[in-house]
Design a protein around this ligand. Structure first.
Ligand code: M6R
Length: 369
């Protein structure tokens, strides 16, 4: 059942190109436009949405953080992302024009379920992004967009995360498509890029041996930090979460721009710091700023592990370890940048003798508040 892999997690990491392709299947028409009729919220209602609120937990929350960048950019609708466990306790402001998106692999997470019940009580419309057919969260939502990752058994979420991202991009692009924004051409181009992205994930998977080797060499470390900017910031948070739950190591993700406001004091000799570098072609200002961050932390002794696009030569002098990912449009980069972090955490867990599929103290689906 593990298909020849030692762990479900390894199998599920390897299944990601297919999971991504399956989640796109039938949702892009021959003319390159999105078809999301299954969502069953009419175009006129979607045009009236004036706020999007995303609620989720853990890895699904990180997918939501990335979705915010895509939704606000392509639709110009304000988007908030909130931990489901915090949401209803702060008396959030919602009405009929609020679209609440609840993201959940299992569809049974109690915190997320309670948040969506609260949203519906306030009159908001709820769209679930879910991987489990007929589970409670989609049943209690107004509409659902299923991710097609197939069953995810390992407690640490991998392929479900990538498909949640795909679903979030689909929602963002679809909202842009039905509402019409100045980004029409970009939206069409990104839909084309999205339809190619499964091949890019495949290529990342083919180059992971050096990442495994690096992970093994760090097995005796206590702390690893992760830095990112823009959509790379939630990727950094996801890399840190994977390491906590699998390797039981102290791991933290930071927005790279926040370094100078405190966390840089943590940098000490030989501390591994993973940096997710944005594309030099897209938001090049951010790229240049992150290259100076890498320089700064390296000057203070950090061991820099740099994840950067193929062809990005500016990072080479400051990278102790360089992990290459294929060039993608800026907003889609998390689909390729997350993969090495999953492999890294899985290999570190193995090297430390931890149970990969069943980390201590954790359950696959958290059905208590
Ligand atoms: O089933 P859900 O997507 O609602 O689960 C949410 C979190 O419990 C889940 O993503 C958790 O953080 C994972 N173990 C992370 O790998």
């Amino acid at each position: 059942e593990k298909g020849g892999y030692d762990y479900f997690m390894l199998k599920e990491i390897a299944e990601q190109p297919k999971a991504v392709a399956d989640t796109l299947l039938g949702r892009i028409d021959a003319g390159g436009s999105l078809r999301l009729d299954e969502v069953r919220i009419g175009a006129s209602e979607l045009r009236e949405v004036d706020k999007v609120v995303i609620v989720a937990c853990g890895t699904a929350f990180h997918a939501g953080l990335i979705a915010k960048y895509a939704i606000e950019h392509w639709t110009r609708i304000p988007c908030e992302v909130e931990l489901a466990s915090e949401f209803r306790y702060r008396d959030p402001i919602m009405d009929q024009q609020t679209l609440v998106v609840a993201i959940s692999q299992s569809g049974e997470t109690m915190d997320t379920l309670m948040a969506l019940r609260h949203a519906r009580e306030q009159g908001a419309r709820v769209l679930a992004i879910c991987n489990t057919n007929g589970s409670t969260i989609p049943r209690e939502s107004d509409a659902v967009l299923y991710t097609h990752a197939g069953p995810e058994v390992a407690v640490a979420s991998t392929k479900a995360f990538l498909t949640q991202l795909v679903a979030c991009y689909l929602v963002a692009l679809y909202l842009g498509q039905v509402r019409g924004t100045k980004w029409g051409d970009e939206i069409r181009a990104v839909i084309r890029d999205l339809s190619q992205i499964s091949g890019a994930v495949e290529r990342v998977l083919e180059t992971m041996e050096p990442v495994r080797e690096l992970a093994r060499s760090l097995a005796a470390k206590n702390t690893v930090l992760f830095l990112g900017r823009h959509v790379g910031y939630p990727v950094a948070l996801e890399g840190a979460l994977k390491l906590k739950e699998l390797a039981y190591m102290h791991a933290e993700g930071f927005a790279a721009g926040e370094l100078k406001h405190g966390p840089i004091a943590l940098i000490e000799d030989d501390l591994p710091v993973v940096v997710v570098v944005p594309s030099p072609r897209g938001r090049s200002v951010l790229h240049d700023k992150i290259v100076s961050n890498i320089q700064e932390i390296r000057a203070r002794g950090a061991r820099t592990i740099v994840i950067a696009e193929e062809g990005d030569e500016a990072v080479v002098p400051y990278a102790d370890h360089l992990i290459r990912i294929p060039a993608t449009p800026t907003l889609l980069q998390p689909l390729v940048a997350t993969v090495p972090l999953q492999v890294f955490a899985c290999e570190l867990a193995t090297a430390r003798g931890n149970e990969v599929d069943q980390p201590r103290n954790l359950a696959k689906s958290v059905t208590v508040e």
